[in-house]
Design a protein around this ligand. Sequence first.
Ligand code: PLP
Length: 435
Amino acid sequence: MLNAVAEPMKDLVPPPPSIVRNDVAAVQALFQRHVVPSYGRFDLVLSHGRGSWVFDLAGQRYLDLGGGIAVSTLGHAHPAITEALVEQSTKLIHTSNFYYHEPQGRLAQALVKHLGPGKCFFCNSGVEANEGLFKLARKFGHDEGRFEIITASNSFHGRTLAAIAATGQDKVKKGFEPMVPGFRQVPYNDLAALRAALSPATVAILVEGVQGEGGVTPARPEYLLGLRQLCDQHNLLLLMDGVQDGHFRTGRFQSFQRILEGRGDSFLPDGVAMAKALGGGFPMGAFWVRAPYADLLGPGTHGTTYGGSPLACAVALKILEVIEREKLADNARQMGDFFKAGLEQLARKYPAVIAHVRGLGLMLGLELTPDLPKLPGDSAKSQAVRFTNLLHAAGLLAIPAGSQILRFLPPLNLQATEAQEGLRILESVIAGLAN
Ligand code: PLP
């Protein structure tokens, strides 16, 4: 099957013109001249990947433990994704949402099965999934004049105007004031602060089960249970942003399911935002809304041209199929435990470099000590970025979070030998700093 797919792909994707072939400087010059410089990019120019590995233009390979920021569910160039893309594209790529098609209906059914009674809306990214939840909340409270959504300090919910207002980090808001009204932040994992922040205008609470960009901080079980109670008492919607920590990354479909293991399975939020690993690199997002509120967004209230296209849904369905067939939720849990134990061992061995290790499943964070001497490299960049550059030089990709934290968000099918190799590379870099 793989060969049957790989052969026609060769013809479909012609080799790049010579200006960008094997020429790092030429590619970077194209970006400098023609791409809006809104990202602080690393110096790498990547060309292809396979499984948990990516290769740069010079053929240097890197173990990709960043997973494209928690996106590459099955790693790079997975034959099942290629197969789904090719097969579906020979039938129907796009329809618009004027019409029905089977893949969207089947994907909604599968996501509902993993969450609970309710319905799904499909979009193209994480921020759009959150935007849909914001609109759901506004609609819910509209006739009573309630509109305010309370979110958490250090949270991250995306880059649109509403999402930066929702995000609990000043750096994403700076220069874009005035903020969209109706969002307020209170400290994470702090129920008392949340209770004190409620006002007659409050309509919803939105939190991540594990804060990702904020530094890999899991919610405490009591916090989640308390949020549910608070929302029930005050007729508020409890919304969860599962964009980064969702899709089996923590060993369960959503992180709240993992965090609340052993506490009964009765906890359900009222809305969940999904994206990233859902499409495994094919851009797609979704939100699920619990049954009592599932018809709030009626015809004409919300929409998108591309969302839930047959192609996107075919890919997402295939990813779910592979996750189930290959028991990747269990793998995420086991590899996560293994990798975390390795990180903790490194933290014990090199306390002058590593301050903390935290996270769940394959969403792990390593915090550098604040008194670590300035790392080599551009001093305008954070320690986390300079540490990441050292990892790149040693053949490992990881994702910085904040100024002191490294994140590991690898494919869910990470192998034990790859996790071991990752720990070996990390130790080689850390040992070099500790000496
Ligand atoms: N929510 C969370 C928790 C995220 O981590 C992100 C992206 O990192 C987003 C929302 C935004 O997703 P996207 O970049 O797909 O719009």
